[in-house]
Design a protein around this ligand. Structure first.
Ligand code: SF4
Length: 365
């Protein structure tokens, strides 16, 4: 279902208006943040119905997903990605929906690899066992797998797709065999759903666990989109996650790998690897947020919690030059002032009912 794109905005960004010529200067938004990361959603479809992202009661059999013609083609994605890299983007993450549902994704990876950006992918791992080798050979650098529980019943309840954990674990093992280690494992923690498995998950993914030392990251349950029925009461703060693990395995905080890294790193004192926490609700990280998002059908979103986007497809298919595209993207970024997680309060909760936010499955997590 197409998301709303038109809204009140500076004249130069109105559809059809000419964006100011980009002067080649340092590209920073209104909070001084550079544009370093691009998340590209290559499909709005998914084979899971995770309750915090695509609840089945909304994304049911009658839900109208985007027709293929509405999606950006691989050539259009690569062209735009080239413009973004020219504007300073260093990392490109392929997302969805579930990106591995997009046919021939390894071909797209092969087309993007020559741009020289750090190429990564986030997947639910359902079909990873089939694709891991081809993705690696095509030039993908890193993989993140979403896995909310190792317990069969809990996993099926959270992905609401009756899909076995074992198949995802096989996918992770295949990706490791293909050379993608360490793999990041994302676990969204929701109170009463899977928080009772925090320590078990930590134990599994330690280097001395059966998980072979991949990096488990605990993600605070977020009010993404407008359909997951989010309540603050269902959030397990990262501080509590760390407390529970530290009660069993001693932890120490580790340096960030780079500025703007989303996950806070914690190392096991006994050397058995590390974990991460992603705390959008209780420890907002908007100050360093350098992420731009490109939706499946070619709209720019400057925040995961955005309410509207900026259409690039009309320009792209309207004969715009790369300079025109660059000017538009630069103008959008320079006017960016998003910091939703910093201002999230009960008030934003009320607003939520009035003004729909874009669905995470449409722009990628
Ligand atoms: S809430 Fe928006 S601005 Fe803040 S970190 Fe998330 S995506 Fe960035």
């Amino acid at each position: 279902m197409a998301q709303k794109v038109i809204s009140i905005r500076p004249e130069s960004l109105m559809p059809g208006a000419r964006a100011p010529r980009y002067d080649g200067g340092q590209l920073a938004d209104t909070l001084g943040r550079p544009m370093r990361d691009l998340r590209i959603s290559v499909t709005d479809r998914c084979n899971f119905r995770c309750v915090y992202c695509m609840p089945r009661e909304v994304f049911d059999a009658d839900y109208k997903f985007l027709p293929h013609a509405a999606l950006l083609s691989f050539e259009e994605i690569v062209r735009l990605a080239g413009v973004f890299v020219g504007l300073g983007v260093k990392k490109i993450r392929l997302t969805g929906g579930e990106p591995l549902l997009r046919k021939d994704l390894a071909t797209l990876v092969g087309m993007l690899a020559p741009l020289g950006a750090d190429l990564t992918l986030t997947t639910n791992g359902a079909t990873l066992v089939k694709h891991a080798r081809a993705l690696k050979d095509a030039g993908l650098n890193r993989i993140t797998v979403s896995l909310d529980s190792l317990d069969e019943a809990t996993f099926r309840a959270m992905n609401d797709a009756d899909f076995p954990v074992a198949r995802v674990l096989e996918g992770i093992a295949a990706a490791a065999d293909a050379g993608f280690a360490p793999i990041k494992i994302n676990m969204v923690v929701k109170r009463g759903a899977n928080d009772h498995q925090i320590v078990d998950a930590a134990r599994h993914w330690r280097t001395d666990g059966r998980g072979r030392g991949h990096i488990l990251r605990f993600i605070e349950y977020m009010d993404v989109g407008s359909t997951n029925g989010w309540r603050m009461d269902d959030v397990i703060p990262s501080a509590e996650v760390l407390r529970r693990i530290a009660a069993v395995f001693a932890l120490e905080q580790a340096e960030a790998n780079y500025g703007g890294e989303v996950a806070e790193r914690w190392r096991y004192r006994d050397g058995a690897g590390e974990i991460g926490v992603i705390s959008s609700v209780t420890r907002a990280f908007c100050r360093d947020c350098s992420r731009m998002r490109l939706s499946t059908e070619g709209s720019l979103f400057t925040c995961l919690f955005a309410r509207q986007g900026h259409d690039l497809k009309a320009l792209l298919r309207g004969g715009a030059s790369d300079d025109d595209l660059r000017d538009r993207i630069a103008a959008v970024w320079r006017l960016r002032d998003d910091r939703y997680s910093e201002i999230r309060t009960a008030q934003t909760e009320e607003m939520r009912a009035q003004q729909r936010k874009v669905e995470m499955s449409y722009i990628g997590g």
